[in-house]
Write a protein that binds this ligand. Structure first.
Ligand SMILES: [Zn+2]
Length: 286
């Protein structure tokens, strides 16, 4: 059986991942980590299809993938949390010895949840593809193409790639050309998705760091415990997003209370993908 191994970007070295900084670097590291299972799947697809069990768990080492992804995101998110904590303490003009490692720890524990979510989604997508191939007797090549088409993409983007392929087929675009177009489209969506995850999670880390800064300021007696946090909507482009507009300058909550957003309660911004909102602490007048 000839297996068409999907075109791959090489997996990044641990050193390269460790050096990932900022939105761009983090996005690139996330993409690389998301594509890693394709390489692990490689030539074992035939064996996997011959089984009754659609779960590629024994072929793909998900714990390895989780570790890889965690390594990609932990450093940058921890750094951002520390920065968020320092900025928050500076903004409230509190003078005390901040313990930045506590902010980093908060971000890292969130990073673990994020990584688990991404990994679970990839696992579910693969299982769906393999189960379908087993059910319909699809070839290894067709299955490999399916895997390449969706792996690493969230459901909405995976669907968009499938739609693009259908349109190209309906337009009778030659298969080789269609493959190349779909591949380029997929790569672009993967990059968009990873950039969005990177931006959103950096924002979350920054805000979780700020929250930890407030917490420590209260503990140190440098901030009154009845202070409130106010939601501040970013308006870099002059527009307020519909999710956050109603919150801007209106919602104030205490240290551990949740903001009520249109998409549900959140402890800190962001409220949605690509949200750039932040919060400010306001001490109550004595
Ligand atoms: Zn927002």
């Amino acid at each position: 059986v000839i297996v068409i191994t999907p075109a791959l970007r090489p997996a990044p070295s641990p050193e390269a991942i460790a050096k990932a900084t900022g939105e761009r670097g983090l996005a690139r590291a996330i993409v690389a980590a998301l594509l890693a299972p394709v390489a692990l799947l490689g030539s074992q697809l035939a064996e996997l299809l011959a089984r009754r069990d659609p779960d590629p768990g024994r072929v793909i080492d998900w714990s390895l993938m989780r570790r890889r992804l965690l390594r990609a995101v932990r450093g940058p998110l921890g750094t951002e949390a520390e920065r968020g904590a320092r900025d928050a303490v500076r903004d409230i003009r509190a003078a005390f010895d901040l313990v930045p490692s506590r902010a980093v720890a908060v971000a890292e524990s969130h990073a673990g949840d994020l990584v688990a979510g991404i990994t679970d989604e990839a696992r579910a997508a693969l299982r769906t593809i393999i189960a379908r191939s087993q059910r319909e007797g699809r070839s290894v090549e067709a299955t490999a193409a399916d895997v390449r088409q969706v792996l690493g993409l969230n459901r909405r983007y995976a669907q968009a790639v499938a739609n693009r392929r259908r349109v190209l087929e309906a337009e009778l675009v030659p298969p080789g050309r269609a493959d190349a177009l779909v591949d380029a489209y997929r790569a672009r969506l993967l990059d968009t998705q990873a950039t969005s995850v990177a931006r959103t999670e950096l924002a979350r880390s920054s805000n979780l760091g700020a929250l930890e800064g407030y917490r420590q300021a209260v503990e140190a007696g440098a901030l009154s415990p009845d202070f409130v946090r106010e939601w501040v909507t970013a308006r870099e482009d002059g527009r307020l997003c519909p999710v956050c507009r109603p919150l801007n300058g209106v919602q104030v909550v205490g240290l551990d209370a949740m903001f009520a957003t249109a998409l549900g309660p959140v402890l800190t911004p962001p409220a949605h993908a690509n949200c750039r909102c932040r919060m400010v602490a306001i001490a109550r007048n004595e």
